[in-house]
Design a protein around this ligand. Structure first.
Ligand code: NAP
Length: 472
C-alpha cells in the first residue's frame, strides 16, 4: 500500500524524553510525510529531564540540548501549556489528528502500605524531587495555595529546616538522588539551577544523618554504580554500613555471579564497609535486610520502626521479627513511581500502565486504529533516560507499519488542531516562548552569580514566555 501524500498529523501527549524521542524516531524516516505536535500541560518542555534528573547531575540534564534540537525541527511543533484531559478531551484530540502517541509518564508514587505513612514529615520522593527541581505543581503561584492535600514548597522548607535525621526508603537511583540532595550543603548546590527559594531552604536545613533502607541485601539494589560511587565522594560525609550486611547468602552470590552491575555495587559497598569513619560532620547509613513496618509520631514523624528481613524459600521478602526504631523527623519514600490514569485513555490499574502490544494501545480488547504509547506509561517507571529511545523506536515502528498497511489513514487534518484550540481560546506556547524562558532563567541566574536559576512558579514562566519580556 502506498502512503498518502497529505501529511499524517501525529499528536504526542507529553514533551518529556519519551515523547521527544518518539518525535525523533518519526522524523528519522522520509517516506511518510508527517506533521508532529508534541503537547505538554506545562509551559516548558523536557519532562523528567527538567523535573526529575537531579540538579547536581548537570551532564545528564544536558541531554536537554539534544531534545531541544528535535523540537526545533520543521516537521515538529511544541505546544506547551495545553492540558490534554481538561483543555481538550482525548476524544476531541483524536478527532483532529490522525494518530496519538501517549507519552505522559508516571506522575504518581507507589505506597508502602504501613501505619503512619501519611504523618506530617513522611513524603513521597516524586514530590521531593519535583520540589528541588522547581516543578510548578509543588511551587504553586502565590495567590493559589496547595489546597488539594499535596505538599507545597513551604511545607518542604519547614520540614527540612526542622529535621536533623532523615530516612530514605528504597535502594534505587531516586533514593541516591534524594539522600545526596538532603545531605549536601547550600554552597555545594549553588552550581546547580535549583530555584532561588529551594537553594535558600538548603541554606537553613539541619539534616546531619540520612538512613537509606534496603528491604533486601546489597546484591539486590537497583543503583547504577556511577551514582552509587558518588555517594562515597561527598565532602564532610561518612558512609556507614554494617560489615555483616555484606556476608552474601547463596541467592545473593548467585545474583552477583550473573549481574555485573550488582557485582560492581557490592564491591563499592565493601570498600565503604572497610573504611574507618573520618569524623565527618554528616553521615549516610546504608541498612540492608531492613524494611519499615511503621512510621511513628503523633503530629509529626519522630521515628521509623524497622524490622530485619530475609528472603523465604518462595523468593519473597519476609520479616524475621527483630524490630528497632530509627529516630527521624523526615521520611522520604523512594520506592518507585507509578503511572496515573488519564481520562479517556485505557489504563490497567494493576500495573499503572496503558495496556498495549509493541506500543499499540489495546482498547476494549482490540487495537485502537490511532492510539500508541511509549515511555514510563507504556513499560513502567524503569530504565535510564536513554531507555526511552529504544522504547520509542518500537512504538514508532508499529505506527509506521500501520500507516503502510493502511490501518492509519491521513484525513488531511493539517490545521484542525489549531482551529480547535483557537475556538477554545487556548494559545499554546511554542519554542520561541521556551527560548525566552530559557534566556530569563540564565539571566536571573547570572544576576545571582549562578549559572542559571529555574523559574518554578507557573506565573513566572508565563511572564518570561511573553514576547516583550525583559529578563530581570
Ligand atoms: P527503582 O529503581 O524501581 O527502585 C525502587 C526501590 O524501592 C527498590 O530498591 C525497591 O526494592 C524499593 N521498594 C519498593 N517497594 C518497597 C517497599 N514496599 N518497601 C521497601 N522498599 C521498597 O525506582 P526509582 O529509584 O524510583 O527509579 C526509577 C527509575 O528512574 C529507575 O529506572 C532509575 O534507574 C531511574 N533513575 C535514574 C537516575 C540516574 O541514572 N541517575 C536517577 C534517578 C532515577 P525491591 O528491589 O526489593 O523491590
Amino acid at each position: 500500500m502506498t502512503v498518502a501524500e497529505t501529511p499524517y498529523v501525529i499528536a504526542i501527549v507529553g514533551a518529556g524524553p519519551s515523547g521527544i524521542y518518539a518525535a525523533e524516531a518519526l522524523i528519522q524516516q522520509a517516506e511518510v510525510p508527517l506533521e508532529i505536535v508534541v503537547i505538554d500541560r506545562l509551559p516548558v518542555p523536557f519532562g523528567l529531564v527538567r523535573y526529575g534528573v537531579a540538579p547536581d547531575h548537570e551532564s545528564i540534564r544536558s541531554i536537554r540540548n539534544t531534545l531541544e534540537r528535535t523540537l526545533e525541527r520543521p516537521e515538529v511543533r511544541f505546544y506547551g501549556d495545553v492540558s490534554i484531559g481538561s483543555d481538550l478531551k482525548i476524544e476531541e484530540l483524536r478527532d483532529v489528528v490522525d494518530a496519538v502517541i501517549y507519552a505522559y509518564g508516571a506522575g504518581s508514587d507507589r505506597r508502602l502500605g504501613i501505619e503512619g505513612e501519611d504523618l506530617r514529615g513522611s513524603i513521597a520522593a516524586p514530590e521531593f524531587v519535583a520540589w528541588y527541581c522547581g516543578h510548578p505543581d509543588v511551587h504553586p503561584d502565590l495567590e493559589q495555595p496547595g489546597g488539594d492535600g499535596h505538599l507545597v514548597a513551604t511545607d518542604i522548607d519547614e520540614l527540612i529546616s526542622t529535621a536533623s535525621q532523615a530516612v530514605v526508603v528504597g535502594v534505587g537511583n531516586v533514593a541516591l538522588d534524594v539522600a545526596r540532595v538532603l545531605i549536601k550543603s547550600a554552597p555545594e548546590l549553588i552550581e546547580t539551577d535549583m530555584p532561588d527559594d529551594v537553594l535558600e531552604s538548603h541554606g537553613h536545613k539541619g539534616i546531619r544523618e540520612v538512613h537509606i533502607l534496603g528491604r533486601r541485601g546489597p546484591a539486590y539494589t537497583s543503583f547504577t554504580t556511577k551514582e552509587l560511587r558518588e555517594l562515597g565522594q561527598l565532602p564532610d560525609v561518612d558512609v556507614v554500613m554494617a560489615v555483616d550486611d555484606l556476608d552474601l547468602d547463596e541467592s545473593s552470590r548467585a545474583v552477583v555471579a550473573r549481574d555485573k552491575v550488582a557485582a560492581r555495587n557490592v564491591a563499592v559497598m565493601r570498600e565503604w564497609a572497610d573504611r574507618k569513619p573520618t569524623g565527618a560532620g554528616k553521615r549516610i547509613y546504608l541498612h540492608f535486610w531492613t524494611r519499615p513496618t511503621r512510621i511513628l509520631g503523633s503530629a509529626r514523624v519522630a521515628a521509623v520502626q524497622v524490622e530485619r528481613t530475609a528472603i523465604n524459600t518462595d523468593g519473597y521478602v519476609v520479616g524475621v521479627g527483630d524490630t528497632r526504631d530509627i529516630p527521624a523527623q523526615l521520611v522520604v519514600r523512594a520506592v518507585g513511581y507509578r503511572g496515573r490514569p488519564l481520562a479517556g485513555v485505557p489504563y490497567d490499574e494493576s500495573t499503572g500502565r496503558v495496556p498495549h502490544a509493541e506500543g499499540r494501545v489495546i482498547r476494549d480488547h482490540s487495537f485502537a486504529a490511532d492510539e500508541y504509547v511509549t515511555g514510563w506509561i507504556k513499560r513502567g517507571p524503569t530504565g535510564v533516560i536513554g531507555t526511552n529511545k529504544s522504547d520509542a523506536v518500537e512504538t514508532v515502528t508499529s505506527l509506521l507499519a500501520d500507516i503502510h498497511d493502511g490501518a492509519v489513514v491521513a484525513h488531511g487534518r493539517s490545521g484542525d488542531l489549531d482551529r480547535l484550540l483557537a475556538e477554545r481560546g487556548i494559545s499554546p506556547l511554542g519554542m520561541p516562548a521556551w527560548h525566552r524562558i530559557d534566556a530569563a532563567e540564565i539571566e536571573l541566574g547570572r544576576s545571582r552569580g549562578r549559572r542559571r536559576t529555574t523559574l518554578a512558579h507557573r506565573q513566572e514562566l508565563l511572564a518570561a514566555a511573553e514576547d516583550d519580556h525583559q529578563p530581570a
